[in-house]
Design a protein around this ligand. Sequence first.
Ligand SMILES: Cc1cc2nc3c(=O)[nH]c(=O)nc-3n(C[C@H](O)[C@H](O)[C@H](O)COP(=O)(O)OP(=O)(O)OC[C@H]3O[C@@H](n4cnc5c(N)ncnc54)[C@H](O)[C@@H]3O)c2cc1C
Length: 344
Amino acid sequence: MATVVVVGAGVTGLVTAIGCARAGHRVTVLDRGPVPNPASTSSDQHRVLRVLRPDDVDGTLRMAEARRRWLELEVLLRTRIFRPVGVVTAGTPDELGQALDTAGQAGVSATVVPPDALPPVVFPAGNRGVRDPGAGVLLADRFLRAAAEWLAAHPAVVLRPGRVVVAVEDHGVTLADGTVVSADLVLVAAGPWATELTGPPVVLYRQTMVYLSPPRHLADWWASAPGVGRIGADRRAWLLPPGGGTLLKISSDAVCRVVASTVDTDREPWADRLLAEPILTDAADYTVVAVRDCHYATDPGTGGPVLTRVHPSVWSRPACGGSGFGTAPLVAKEILGAVMEVSA
Ligand SMILES: Cc1cc2nc3c(=O)[nH]c(=O)nc-3n(C[C@H](O)[C@H](O)[C@H](O)COP(=O)(O)OP(=O)(O)OC[C@H]3O[C@@H](n4cnc5c(N)ncnc54)[C@H](O)[C@@H]3O)c2cc1C
């Protein structure tokens, strides 16, 4: 049995803590806010889980594994956290061909969908859609609450909200009040703030999302609609359907910008820009319910996620990329492998 300290009670920290506790290790979860923390970047109504990576067979296989692990978590937590509604991604005939080829090589399903199968959505001219039926919507806040409850009830887990970690050393962390918490293995899962504790440098992005309520006459259609990607004027927009207590959410990389910190000093009309994108047919029929900014970090070189070992006993996840929620179970698997090594 090993002792594990997890810094950060977002999706990465909570999924890892569950994996370690289930494997028989003692786990302490530290967060500077409550657990779960509504200020974490994981906290939101929903996040998408895509299985098909149109040009990446290995990536598709990894995401199929992530999906299996999410379904296991759903059983463990006895809470519905995954809506298997699929995702349709717009593409040119060449892009669709490549996506179908990748799906075939990875052994996952994918089908072509004509734009008129999704009448409330504006497809780019000349594009059709490829449907990834294994994809779906993760009910993010619902998962975070259920995970925190499960961990709070587990005898080998200590949840410590309101603890600010100020330094990370091999085999331990130091809190703002000077307390040192020691462990055989430390995971720094502090989201876009992890880089301040462990490095390496990352690129920080802020993205605006708008939450909408569909008109009544389309409510039934949207209730079983898929997620849709690569729409909008420059094919950088996406939407997540309402359902399971969530609203319809739209966003676009066109309203994603590099920022210096998560502290908001931004006065640009990003939501207006997003709402001006051609994403929904009859967009004026929808009611804007909320607007929110969210942050994520990427590796400056690859533009992707980072999981790095910063000391022999310390792992850090300073960048999650745009798929950091869905891939959390894969990070947990890797950390559990490292915990097994130290406890062998
Ligand atoms: C607009 C947008 C859309 C996205 N869409 C998707 C999507 O559809 N699918 C997907 O898979 N991913 C998506 N992501 C990415 C995903 O949401 C994040 O990558 C993921 O939630 C990060 O989780 P985390 O647990 O690593 O970090 P967080 O959830 O940010 O958790 C970090 C925690 O660490 C705590 N913390 C920080 N510093 C300290 C400290 N010094 N001491 C103690 N505690 C500390 C914080 O309080 C926080 O609770 C999206 C991101 C954005 C911005």
